[in-house]
Write a protein that binds this ligand. Structure first.
Ligand code: CP
Length: 319
């Protein structure tokens, strides 16, 4: 594996899931693999799970991890080719990225969309420029449009739950939009859709209000419906997530609180496991009753972030 920025870099998803579960059973089995190597974690926006789980994963592999909140502690970066840097930006990515690459064996980067200019965000300008100029393998810690470590974690968690059920038939997985107080990126929804469709081991339904359609390339293969109750019927897994509009980019249109997942709605499902990437707005996206119930697997999901990161880092170290 040369980089990890989308499902296309994952190779065989099931192999990667198995590797993650091997690490979950025996976290230090490859402690020597990363000895003497250094991993840099660059953040352009806040994080709890991604930051700490990746640090733990790197330590399990014997690596030194250094975190840099580049947006707060670094010089303001310029990404535009040919920019006349007479404004607020201090350092061009062309100059900063090779320096960062010289300090680290692997660079991990969390960028973020502007939610103002769709073309810029969907061109993945920031992470693409880091990859172009840093000269070492790059792992996405969430980019403008995708969150692949989260999605790998989600597939790992679904696989674990399915094994406990010992059922061979495909689970029904529902991704449902939920209300929120501010416009959020489409990253998690795009990425989850991309991974579940590529994995191809589930009946996959996406439900959201009108105007919240995701970009076609990510949802190909899923059933799309505006009827949340219909979607939830017999679901085995319900993934709850807000996202802002893609078409009229970065807006909140409909924000009907009836889209919040509550116990009443869970009754429609096949006693579904409830997923969310966290952080979650309680009693806005998901009710307390659901989050605090046995159906919720959000903590298991977040804990599995370590094993997803460890599987990916180890694949890059091995190659
Ligand atoms: N799910 C997730 O990426 O969480 P953080 O933003 O806390 O890293």
């Amino acid at each position: 594996m040369k980089q990890f920025i989308s499902v296309q870099d994952a190779g065989n998803i099931n192999t990667l899931v198995e590797q993650a579960l091997i690490y979950k059973a025996n976290p230090l089995k490859d402690k020597a693999l990363g000895a003497g190597k250094r991993i840099g974690l660059l953040f352009l926006n806040p994080s709890l799970r991604t930051r700490l789980s990746t640090q733990v994963a790197a330590a399990n592999l014997g690596m030194d991890a250094i975190v840099f909140n580049i947006d707060k502690e670094g010089w303001a970066l310029e990404f535009e080719e040919g920019a006349i840097m007479s404004g607020s930006t201090v350092e061009h990515i062309k100059d900063a990225a090779p320096v960062l690459g010289s300090y680290f064996d692997i660079l991990c980067i969390r960028t973020f969309p502007s939610l103002k200019n769709r073309e810029d965000d969907y061109s993945e300008l920031y992470i693409t420029q880091f990859i172009k100029y840093c000269g070492v393998p790059v792992i996405s810690l969430e980019s403008a449009t995708l969150h692949p470590l989260q999605s790998l974690t989600d597939v790992i968690t679904i696989t674990e739950c399915q094994r406990l059920k010992a059922k061979s038939q495909k689970p029904k997985i529902v991704l449902t939009w939920a209300p929120h107080v501010k416009p959020l990126p489409q990253c998690v929804a795009n990425s989850f859709s991309q991974w579940i469709n590529t994995w191809d081991k589930a009946d996959f339904v996406i439900t959201h209000p009108e105007d919240y359609e995701l970009k076609e390339e990510f949802i190909k293969g899923a059933t799309i419906t505006y009827n949340q109750d219909e979607a939830l019927k017999n679901a085995d897994f319900v993934y709850v997530k807000n996202w802002s509009t893609y078409k009229d980019y970065g807006k909140i249109y409909e924000n009907d609180p009836r889209w919040m997942l509550t116990e009443d709605k869970l009754v429609l499902t096949n006693n579904a496991k409830v997923m969310h990437c966290l952080p979650v707005r309680r009693n806005v996206e998901l009710s307390d009753e659901v989050l605090d119930s046995a159906n919720s697997i959000v903590t298991q999901q977040a804990a599995n972030r370590v094993w997803a990161a460890q599987a990916v880092i180890s694949e890059i170290l091995k190659s």
